[in-house]
Design a protein around this ligand. Structure first.
Ligand code: DQA
Length: 144
């Protein structure tokens, strides 16, 4: 089975972007971690990033159409704002979706405390850095 690992806006800047908050790993490093863990779990990955909300909607729909094993999504700031992403996750139900944020969004500014995706996701992992992605893969593998 294939797990879609989707990344939203500004996550292409990881490594140089506010490393005190997001750490020193690049998105390519996180992709490598995910590939390795997925191989152990006998899963394949589609790892993607876009700064555009609609691209993320398209990819959620694609994961549904292609009968993926699940989705791990770090929606970046769109997680706090996007009814379109909320609706897309609902539209592919029962495809399991796990939301990931590198930082602990609840320990940050109030505008980051709300998630539009968490209420329609299987679960949400935040504050654990890049490990959140591989933990989400483990959780999806356990459901298959
Ligand atoms: C983030 C948290 C969001 O609030 C922020 O807009 C991001 C990154 C994280 O991974 O911690 O872009 O999703």
């Amino acid at each position: 089975k294939t797990i879609y690992i989707l990344n939203g806006p500004n996550l292409n800047m990881l490594g140089k972007r506010e490393p005190g908050i997001y750490g020193g790993k690049t998105l390519a490093d996180i992709e490598t971690d995910c590939r390795k863990r997925a191989a152990v779990l006998e899963l394949t990955t589609e790892f993607r990033q876009s700064n555009h909300e609609g691209a993320l909607v398209d990819w959620i729909q694609e994961a549904g159409e292609k009968n993926a094993g699940g989705i791990v999504i770090n929606p970046g700031a769109y997680g706090h704002t996007s009814i379109a992403l909320h609706d897309a996750v609902r539209a592919v139900n029962p495809l399991p979706v796990i939301e990931v944020h590198l930082s602990n969004i609840h320990a940050r500014e109030p505008f980051r405390h709300q998630s539009m995706i968490a209420p329609v996701a299987v679960g949400m992992i935040c504050g654990l850095g890049p490990m959140g992605y591989t933990l989400a893969l483990e959780a999806l593998a356990a459901r298959l």
